[in-house]
Design a protein around this ligand. Sequence first.
Ligand code: AMP
Length: 303
Amino acid sequence: MIVARSIPEARTALRDLPRPLGFVPTMGALHAGHLSLVESARSRCAGVAASVFVNPTQFGRGEDFDTYPRDEARDLRLLEEAGVAVVFMPTAGDMYPEGFATNVHVGGAVTESLEGSSRPSHFDGVAVIVTKLLGVVQPDLLFLGEKDAQQLAVVRRFVRDLDLPVEVAGVPTLREADGLAMSSRNVFLTREQRATAPDLYRALLAGAAAAGEPGAAAKDVVVAATSALLLPDGALDPDAVDEALAHPRFELDYLAVVDEDTFVPEGELGPRSRLVVAARLGSTRLIDTISLASAYPAKDATA
Ligand code: AMP
């Protein structure tokens, strides 16, 4: 595996890779979810490149840029074992040299709602870094996780709008055995928070189950998921409900049903419906999502 630490080194190393070339951008602190993107890339591409870069412009003030987990030696070992041919590890100075003045801004709900409203300017940072990485690596296919569904929608949008010659491939979320979506930030969870964290996915499953009910609307999904999130199993007697509501286990940021292309909130369920959630456990912010598309044919049949 070639480790390219500058743009010229990367261009030289990438020139010799066989096509189609697949590319997996990451911020490091790798886990099996990242490696599943590499595996998808390997299954569809003759050559696979990855990048490790904690992109400062996608972190807001007060967010965890400084404390974001970093472990370069381990990341390189895992990427090499996974069969990556070239890894691009630029510095912030390489990517944002003196005088850098360009913004890549995608307009509309896809950048303004939900993650975009909780993290203003986050998607500008994502769009500029992905555009730059595509310019350096020039892959045929770009592999991104469905876990970051809004990021995936933003990238799909500007790739289409700017006619960038790359196919964007979404890869399903890899989960721990108890359902928690793998994330580099999971290491920040205390033991108690780690035990609570899988309830986020259980809430999404409750929402998806509600979506499968005949005649279900988006509101039914949101109600089912919210109550599953706020009320632990068995909290049905009034005292337990009062207790659960008085001391919520998660601080809910948003929970919504959206069109997965536009991220416009939906009232009616449709073939592109997706349930998305963001919640904090202490200082750690977790996001997760589930497609409601499989509920749609059943609902459609009863309409
Ligand atoms: P990050 O390093 O967090 O920027 O993530 C790099 C890529 O890995 C993004 O495309 C993420 O969506 C994807 N990713 C993160 N977690 C998972 C997961 N649990 N399963 C699949 N893909 C993931």
